[in-house]
Design a protein around this ligand. Sequence first.
Ligand code: PMP
Length: 364
Amino acid sequence: MERVFNFAPGPSALPEEVLKKAQEELLCYGDTGMSVMEMSHRSADFAEILDQAKADLKELMEIPDNYDILFLQGGASTQFSMIPLNLMVHNHKADYIKTGNWAKKAYEQAVKVGDAKVIASSEDKTYSYIPDYDISMLRPDADYLHICVNNTIYGTRFAPDRLPETPDNIPLIGDMSSNILSEPYDVSKFGMIYAGAQKNMGPAGVTVVIIRHDLVGQADPSIPTMLDYKTHVDKDSCFNTPPCFAIYMCGLVYKWLKEKGGVAAMAELNKAKASKLYDFLDNSALFKPTVLNPIDRSLMNVPFVTGDKDLDAKFVKESKEAGLVNLKGHRTVGGMRASIYNAMTMDGVDALIDFMKKFETENK
Ligand code: PMP
């Protein structure tokens, strides 16, 4: 059976070279005579896999030395709770920008912990834009500002040069689940970045946390041990059994990215992919993009509609038959969404555009 072009929002396509490498090493990793899945997380071999993955991620994202890198479980959703439990500790206040469902879910967990406030939102237009922000909107005694850097469902993003400014004492916390490693972001602008792996880094089961060291160890000792960042920093992500195989897979993806020229080279390709797709959508007589302002557009998730629900459903069905799968949009937006993460090739984007042109002609 041939592999399809998989436009899924997550879990998503992985680079074919990475899957082949994992296949090669599945039964026997190096000279160990066993699979990474069968290895002790305390073994020297696994320690090397973990250390290398960390080192490669640090290099790829140019993570400064004063940041800790963690590989945790519980998905990005567990971070929605860990963030307020660990960081909403001085004035018990935190500000949130609500740019979509995930940003909202993060905020809802913070409300359980303290005084969380939405200071800007794009809910009025189904989250189809990035709301205006200026530093005066931030409460001066907020413990942090949380944003969802790339909004997977709605296809918007805070571009690297449009991150909200905060004063030095108010760290910016960013959910980068759906755009980590897609283009260069200055890590030093954040107090913490987190990302579930299953879109742009590896399989589901591991969440990367990059946290400035001074923010670790502030939580009240009453919080559950597993939810305290200090627990995981002190034990280098091995307080309990980490998701070994998922970390190994992320490591393979990091190596692949380095071979491809790193994040800057990937950003060039991602920009070329997204602008080709958007150029087509902006000029199409049938398809319309749902994010209108080019500066708000995600490079990773591109939602679009025909304006006719039946035609949308027909498109999703026929595109699947043509080997272009998982193009159905999220139920809150409807229509279609093409997720074009790092592993999606230009060939995949070209195939999608060719199919859309054909569909357009057939459905005039
Ligand atoms: N944040 C964003 C931006 C997402 O797209 C998702 C969806 N995977 C999540 C958080 C939730 O991630 P998880 O399923 O790993 O908890």
